[in-house]
Write a protein that binds this ligand. Structure first.
Ligand code: HEM
Length: 416
């Protein structure tokens, strides 16, 4: 990788799909020249250094999660709000859309829903799903990792947890895409209307499932939301449950699909690491941690400044949007030695891919379980993995916050 510290930061635009596709040179330039950088195109500040980011994530009074989607969509967002207010459940502002002290209550409930015991209980099911998904293409000796492995795997696990028929995964994908779309780019009024209709469809489905589980609880996520929500000192209402469910759906989907696709790509790019894993499959846990650091499957999110403040000497006015760029912090050379090298033996594993502080990812136990199971199975069942066709250009879907791969065609020898 070129030493970007000599290339002026002004030569990069973070709206440029090329920079979004391969942002690592931009991150180096940020670290060296403008660790807290105000994007000239949007006015948003990007926080890129590990220590600054941690400090910012701890200070929820100054850097608030109480943002509105309106911020990106402008006045047109009223179209969405009117449709949802009339026929659905307007966003209740829970969990990742709340700050302490309100956040504490939601977090208490969410931590119970995702407690390690519950995740361990579904671990055998996850193993079964991973192997079933791989069974579908293993004899072909090739697949598209994104469409044939990552998406069906994540989609089936979440479908099971939501009580959705796994054969309706496309529906679930449509909902997941609809949740993320307003954060990706500026939409037309027609797109906003369509987006609201898709969200309504999801809300009514979820409401039906929540009601059904109230009558007849199962051992799944949606029942846990009903049970833990009702058991709290301040029971959750339907608006709040809808808001949580929406975050569990969006939290799972893009992040894990991206982690699985990038993980397979990294194995091919760093064959020495793949060899270590084949020699000792118990190292798959270390691989998953290094994958999370290297790729940061949720590369960036947003906060809003509640007062005039500063980070690392850079003034940030009240009302400014600030992006915690987890992916840049995980490549900060001041924190991680040779950050652009994938190294499962790395001593310091304290990456920030799941965030830090009160909003630390609530799904991290589930995410680690799915990733360890997935990569364990990939290594046990496929040998000589290599690219089956050149990567598309660009490799990723253009996006300010996320970095989903468009496709990843591989071929391999079936083991056994
Ligand atoms: C590799 C997979 C994942 C990554 C990299 C990831 C990353 C993150 C990050 C960086 C945050 C912090 C947000 C912030 O600073 O505001 C977060 C929060 C969150 N994540 Fe994940 N996530 C993953 C998987 C999941 C899964 C499987 C779920 C399932 C429910 C989930 C649900 C959430 C929720 C609900 C929050 C908000 C927590 C709060 O505000 O208290 N995530 N995640």
């Amino acid at each position: 990788m070129a030493d970007a510290s000599t290339r002026p930061i002004g030569e990069f635009s973070f709206l440029d799909p090329k920079v979004q596709d391969d942002p690592f040179e931009f991150y180096q330039a940020l670290h060296a020249q403008a660790p807290v950088y105000q994007m000239p195109e949007t006015g948003m500040f990007i926080v890129s250094r590990y220590d600054d980011l941690r400090e910012m994530l701890m200070d929820t009074a100054t850097f608030s999660n109480r943002m509105e989607t309106k911020t990106l969509q402008g006045e047109n967002w009223q179209i969405y709000e009117d449709i949802i207010a009339e026929k659905g459940w307007p966003e209740a502002g829970t969990l990742n859309f709340s700050d302490p002290p309100a956040h504490i209550r939601y977090r208490r409930i969410a931590d119970k829903i995702f407690n390690a015991r519950r995740i361990e209980a579904i671990a055998p099911k996850i193993t079964e799903i991973v192997n079933e998904v791989i069974d579908r293409f293993i004899d072909r000796g090739e697949c598209d990792v994104v469409q044939d492995l990552a998406f069906p795997l994540v989609g089936t696990v979440i479908s099971e947890q939501l009580g959705l028929d796994p054969s309706q995964m496309e529906t679930y994908k449509r909902w997941g895409d609809a949740i993320m779309l307003p954060a990706a780019r500026i939409l037309t009024p027609e797109e906003i209307r369509e987006n609201a209709e898709t969200i309504l469809e999801m809300q009514h489905y979820v409401a039906g499932q929540l009601e059904a589980r109230r009558q007849d609880p199962h051992n799944d996520l949606i029942s846990a939301v009903v049970l833990e929500g009702a058991a709290d000192v301040e029971p959750l209402d339907m608006h709040e449950m809808q808001s949580l469910m929406r975050q569990f759906l969006s939290g799972t989907y893009e992040s894990l699909v991206s982690a699985i696709s990038h993980g397979v790509w990294l194995l091919m790019r760093f064959p020495d690491q793949m060899a270590k894993l084949r020699a000792d499959p118990s190292r798959v846990k270390d691989f998953v941690e290094e994958l999370l650091r290297f790729e940061s499957p949720v590369p960036g999110l947003a906060r809003i400044a509640t007062r005039d403040t500063e980070i690392a000497g850079v003034a940030i006015p009240k009302g400014a949007l600030v992006m915690p760029r987890y992916a840049a912090a995980n490549h900060d050379a001041a924190k991680f030695e040779c950050p652009h090298v994938m190294d499962i033996d790395r001593k310091d594993k304290r990456h920030i891919a799941f965030g830090a502080g009160p909003h630390l990812c609530v799904g991290r136990v589930l995410a680690r379980r799915e990733l360890i199971t997935a990569f364990g199975a990939v290594l046990a069942r496929m040998d000589n993995i290599e690219l089956a066709r050149p990567l598309p250009d660009p490799v990723h879907v253009p996006h300010m916050m996320l970095r989903p791969m468009r496709e990843l065609y591989i071929r391999f020898d079936k083991i056994g």
